[in-house]
Ligand binder design. Structure first.
Ligand code: SF4
Length: 439
């Protein structure tokens, strides 16, 4: 009886975290690794985000039920494997889709990924959306296709599980790279509304990449916005080659003054623009050798530029997050050189995920697992998949204080907080029912 009472208290404690009366009914698909069955739970609402705007303030907290279904069917080349990843989430996480739907009916996002052997950026072109079937860029930037191939010789035994678990977590969170990363920058600069011609898209992407070294996405985005607005005020349609060529290096420097090494970067930008005009017909080149011949552009930027600008997938853009995480999971040897990590990853990582691995892991590293501030208590890799886990933190129940702290981190981790709370609740209920049976 005593144990039953303790279990009830445990349940009550977890439930007491929910102060708002409104409940969001959500279905949480357990990971295949952890549980085979689906569990339907009354989830507590996601916690208030002290001071931070929610992704879409237009979503009323009184809306009774918001469900998002993400379904990804993948076919291998032999079409024998069909796997489904299905996650139903708090609608807040897909605010963009919801606001476009503009109704209480749950938006349904369906995607079909064909030919997993093709580069993922190409594969994404097959994604179909029930709400807007033609627009490729309606794919939420935090949604990535899972890897559905088999483990091959020479690959780390844990990589597919880790990769797919992060795919799943990324769909539950939003991160700076999703809207302010270089690959998204041209679209975000235009408020997601205007369709840029590909040449201008590539140019803005190049400038964003040149500004990005040793600079946070948020700072980079602010600098790019200032540049863009500055050129618009001068009568140009925005940040474009003609505008940068016509105006002075000092103007560029002034607009990007919040970015690290801005004076040197302004000089590189002006020189690179002159090279584009003189040697490359005003466009970004298409080979890695030509791209890295531009001043201030290294291989990491070069590969990201080719992948996002030209759909050319020749290498992996390894930044500090990928460099650190890949070592922590034992995917690559310990090294302080990101170039060694890049080369080691390219040796075994299937080429089809080379483009996705950058935004996937960068967003994860920015939010769930930043250096010295990892949130192992809400990270689903903490249950046996990650060697770097802080076990004490992972075991500690979530308190309101901790939830408030998580809400102040970069990005929005509410989806993972809700998932952890749901798991704790489920566990407590199971414990309670076991004890009842024993009694
Ligand atoms: S260190 Fe913690 S937060 Fe980072 S991946 Fe491992 S379990 Fe997740």
């Amino acid at each position: 009886m005593k144990r039953e009472a303790e279990a009830k208290v445990a349940v009550a404690k977890r439930v007491s975290v929910t102060r708002r009366s409104q409940r969001i009914l959500a279905k949480v698909s357990a990971t295949p690794r952890l549980k085979q069955e689906e569990t339907e739970l009354e989830l507590p609402p996601t916690p208030a985000r002290s001071g931070k705007p929610t992704p879409d303030a237009s979503i009323s907290p009184d809306e009774p039920k918001i469900k998002v279904e993400y379904e990804c069917l993948a076919k291998t080349s032999t079409e024998t494997t069909v796997s489904a990843l299905k996650t139903e989430l708090d609608g807040e996480l897909y605010s963009k889709s919801i606001s476009k739907q503009g109704s209480n009916s749950p938006p349904i996002i369906k995607s079909e990924l064909q030919a997993v052997v093709s580069p993922s950026s190409k594969a994404r072109q097959h994604l179909e959306y029930a709400s807007n079937p033609k627009q490729e860029d309606e794919v939420p930037p935090n949604v990535f296709p899972p890897y559905l191939g088999e483990l091959e010789e020479g690959q780390p035994a844990n990589w597919i599980e880790i990769y797919n678990e992060i795919v799943r977590m990324r769909a539950l969170i939003t991160t700076p790279v999703d809207n302010m990363g270089c690959g998204r920058m041209p679209t975000s600069l235009m408020n997601n509304s205007a369709v840029l011609d590909r040449r201008t898209f590539r140019f803005q992407l190049l400038i964003a990449l040149m500004l990005s070294s040793q600079t946070r996405d948020e700072t980079n985005f602010a600098a790019m916005t200032t540049l863009h607005e500055h050129y618009r005020a001068k009568g140009y349609p925005g940040l474009c080659l003609d505008a940068v060529l016509a105006l002075t290096e000092t103007e560029v420097d002034k607009c990007i003054s919040k970015v690290g090494f801005h004076t040197r970067k302004a000089m590189y930008i002006k020189k690179a623009c002159e090279m584009l005009a003189q040697n490359f017909n005003g466009d970004v080149p298409q080979t890695i050798e030509e791209v890295v011949s531009l001043p201030g552009v290294g291989p990491k930027m070069g590969h990201l530029l080719l992948q996002n600008g030209w759909d050319i997938n020749l290498g992996i853009g390894v930044d500090v997050h990928i460099h650190r995480l890949a070592q922590m999971w034992g995917w690559v040897p310990k090294t302080d050189k990101p170039e060694v990590t890049r080369s080691a990853l390219e040796d075994w990582l299937p080429q089809q995920v080379w483009a996705d691995i950058n935004p996937l892991l960068v967003g994860f590293g920015q939010t769930v697992c930043p250096i010295k501030a990892n949130s192992c208590d809400v990270c689903t890799l903490s249950d046996g998949l990650c060697d770097g886990v802080n076990k004490k933190l992972a075991r500690t129940p979530l308190t309101e204080k901790r939830i408030q702290k998580i809400s102040k981190l970069r990005g929005n981790l509410d989806g993972l907080v809700s998932l952890r709370m749901a798991k704790d609740l489920l566990e407590a209920e199971r414990l309670s029912s076991t004890m009842k049976k024993e009694d």
